[in-house]
Design a protein around this ligand. Structure first.
Ligand SMILES: NCc1[nH]cc(CCC(=O)O)c1CC(=O)O
Length: 317
């Protein structure tokens, strides 16, 4: 008798579908089983209000998780930076595939770089983290709050997409998303993390499954083979920092960890929303395992809190 296919849950956006298709194909090959995509609508897709108004973290994630717990799908594919840091009961991250480009990308009219944008130029982003770091780097720019999928945002830039409103000079998007959508040609500058530290988890995916399925069986073996240790450790450190700061994906916080010859290193930033105050820290550990990664994140969060992070922005702590 043929095995039932492994059901792969996904959001319906173009970005989600490309990400999920790649994951599904890789898992099918690693596990020698059939897969089938299951589309799930999430609050983040349905509700057009500003993300900050929908409130709470995980608007893109909750429906996928419910679908996993109900058994409507067996794995769910998320952008890791959209995944709340709190543990979900009965679910676990079965695999963190190799992370791609972590940087944010400026997509500006006339191929302008951040330094070349004229004073007063309008730059669209819905992310308080991007807005604050843009303001810190270029206080003379006008930051415009925008939402929508990647194509909608690109269409806001003058001359970039034919037929778009073209009412802005630039937008900032994750290079990873643009790459997955085949839109890297829209990028005028990949922003150096020294200027724009990415969101914790940016550029990485999380393949979530039921904890009971992670223990053994063909799916668990395929997930284990798909997992990339360096990427998992880096995002573990970044998410531990976010968790300790009691902040969600809409807080003006950036973090980027990486493996080094001596272990792991991480840079983190907490900004005031207006970008006038920026706390930036660098730290490292020789303990390059899950516990070491978590400890690095927690220690840096505590250093940032001691330096006044909670007074810069609305952290729950
Ligand atoms: N919040 C939306 C979102 N979630 C993940 C990505 C891009 C892909 C990634 O960072 O892994 C994006 C779009 C963007 O920020 O430009």
């Amino acid at each position: 008798m043929a095995q039932a296919p492994v059901l792969i849950g996904t959001r319906g956006s173009a970005l989600a579908l490309t990400q999920t298709t790649t994951v599904a194909e890789t898992l099918a090959e690693l596990g020698s089983f059939e897969v089938e995509l299951v589309r799930v609508k999430t609050e983040g897709d349905v509700n057009r209000a500003a993300l900050s108004q929908i409130g709470g973290t995980g608007v893109f994630v909750a429906a996928l998780r419910e679908s996993l717990l109900r058994g409507d799908c067996d794995v769910a594919v998320h952008s890791l930076k959209d995944l709340p840091t709190a543990e979900a009961n009965g679910l676990t991250i079965g695999a963190v595939p190799a992370r791609v480009d972590v940087r944010d990308a400026l997509c500006a009219r006339d191929s302008l770089t951040l330094a070349e944008l004229p004073a007063g130029a309008t730059v669209g982003t819905g992310s308080p983290r991007r807005a604050a770091q843009l303001r810190a780097a270029r206080p003379d720019l006008e930051i415009v709050d925008i939402r929508g999928n990647v194509d909608t945002r690109l269409a806001r830039v003058a001359g970039l997409v034919e037929g778009g409103p073209g009412d802005l000079d630039a937008v900032v998007l994750a290079a990873a998303g643009l790459s997955r959508l085949g839109r890297l040609d829209m990028v005028s500058e990949f922003l150096d993390p020294a200027v724009m530290l990415p969101a914790p988890g940016q550029g990485a995916l999380a393949v979530e499954c039921r904890t009971t399925d992670a223990a053994d069986g063909p799916l668990s073996r395929a997930l284990a083979a798909y997992d990339d240790t360096a990427s998992r450790l880096a995002v573990t450190a970044e998410r531990a920092l976010l968790y300790r700061l009691e902040a969600g994906c809409t807080a003006p916080i950036g973090a980027l960890a990486r493996m080094t010859e001596k272990g792991m290193a991480m840079e983190a930033v907490v900004c005031s929303d207006d970008g006038t105050r920026v706390l930036r820290r660098y730290s490292s550990t020789s303990q390059a395992d899950e516990d070491g990664a978590r400890a690095l994140g927690v220690r840096m969060a505590e250093e940032l809190l001691a330096a006044g992070a909670a007074e810069l922005t609305e952290l729950a702590s």
